[in-house]
Design a protein around this ligand. Structure first.
Ligand code: NIG
Ligand code: FE
Length: 385
């Protein structure tokens, strides 16, 4: 992961929406170019691939943010009906058009911050109608053809209050009502479960992932954000594309990840925003795991989709070196959306999704200058945005 192939004084040729060639400047086929962008002193990077977001939601939750500043914990807020359940109530009341308009604004926002592909989850619906509503919004976002989007069905995000004493009842709703309709309408690419303390148990996760598999949905799950939940092991057992969060990862979890192909996705802005401990990224990479980084953009635990900030957090808090962090935000993020063949690196035939930086002295300057905007231009599918 620490290898980032670079060429100094390079050219890059884009045709329509894809990369055609690159190489040393002296070999630049200038006669083939209709338009030339001079990047003197700048860097050209692949656009970010954000493989974990909750971009569709009805309202922000800054009141809970203030409650936390006063010392109430994220888990306490959730227990009092705040948190995900609060977002679900608001979303159930919101119209599909409103949700679409709001999500589209956020999608444009992250594209301008360099995101060139994104995964978006449901999970703030928690009823048959509202889960389908979010997934339809994601489908409409896909239809805009702005950037590649993957949709994950996260009906098992929290337990709705009315099922508190009938957990199997809600799981039946997921497996027997939601999943068949979602599969029938082709609304999801993946299935997700929040397998963690106070949310879904390993047994429940097992059941839901098994049902998902019957409908052809591969897992990408939330695991070990709040405790050693067994989520990593159950994800690996079900051949999840990725397990995400992973603050609570010990040797057993690392062994499990080494035994399979599941990508370890770390979401450091959640740990930052909630004041939780960080995932042991260094240990994971030193154990040869494939680590991806994503934003977790959502109103409760990471109200920002700024991947430049994730890059800084990765180096400052996770002790990743800049090259590792860039790989985790690009090619490994693409792999965590099964899109590594078309996205995530500057490679001929891949989509022309690139970031041009302002003039910078080195790669390290990007994470180092945290909070500053070092992006000059973003080109997605061959077009400046
Ligand atoms: O990834 N961990 C679970 N779900 C989301 C955020 C939930 C919320 O507070 O809205 C996450 O952090
Ligand atoms: Fe999440």
């Amino acid at each position: 992961m620490a290898k980032l192939h670079t060429i100094e004084n390079a050219y890059l040729l884009i045709e329509h929406d894809h990369i055609v060639a690159f190489g040393p400047d002296q070999e630049c086929p200038v006669d083939r170019a209709d338009e030339v962008i001079d990047c003197l002193g700048k860097m050209v990077l692949p656009a970010f691939c954000d493989s974990h977001t909750h971009l569709v939601f009805a309202a922000w939750r800054e009141n809970e943010f203030v409650d936390r500043a006063k010392g109430i914990s994220y888990e306490e807020i959730a227990k009092k009906g705040g948190g995900i359940l609060n977002s679900a109530t608001k979303l159930q009341e919101a119209s599909e058009d409103f949700l679409f308009d709001q999500a589209l604004i956020r999608l444009h926002e992250v594209m301008h911050m360099g995101t060139g592909a994104i995964e978006i989850k449901s999970g703030y619906g928690l009823t048959v109608e509202s889960e389908l509503k979010i997934l339809r919004v994601i489908r409409r976002l896909k239809e805009q053809k702005l950037i590649p989007i993957k949709a994950s069905f996260l009906g098992a995000h929290a337990m709705p209050a009315i099922y508190k004493t009938d957990r199997p009842g809600y799981i039946r709703l997921i497996t027997k009502e939601m999943l068949p309709q979602i599969a029938d309408q082709g609304l999801a690419d993946y299935i997700d479960v929040f397998c963690d303390k106070g949310f879904y148990t390993v047994e429940e996760t097992d059941q839901i992932l098994e049902a998902g598999a019957r409908f052809g949905l591969k897992p990408k799950i939330h695991a070990n954000e709040l405790d050693y939940s067994g989520g990593i092991q159950v994800g690996v057992r079900h051949k999840a594309i990725s397990v995400d969060h992973l603050q609570w990862t010990g040797q057993e979890e690392i062994d499990a990840l080494q035994s399979g192909e599941t990508i370890a996705t770390i979401l450091p802005s959640t740990a930052f925003f909630l004041g939780l401990s960080y995932a042991p990224a260094r240990k994971m990479i030193d154990n040869n795991l494939c680590v991806a980084l994503a934003s977790d953009y959502n109103p409760g635990s990471s109200p920002s989709g700024n991947m430049s900030f994730i890059l800084s957090l990765a180096c400052i808090k996770l002790k990743m070196v800049p090259a590792e962090a860039i790989n985790a935000l690009t090619i490994n993020g693409a792999a965590a959306m099964e899109s590594g063949d078309r996205l995530g690196s500057i490679t001929p035939l891949k989509s022309a999704n690139i970031i041009i930086t302002k003039p910078v002295s080195s790669l390290a300057f990007l994470p180092y200058s945290f909070g500053s905007s070092w992006i000059d231009r973003v080109i997605l599918r061959g077009k400046p945005i």
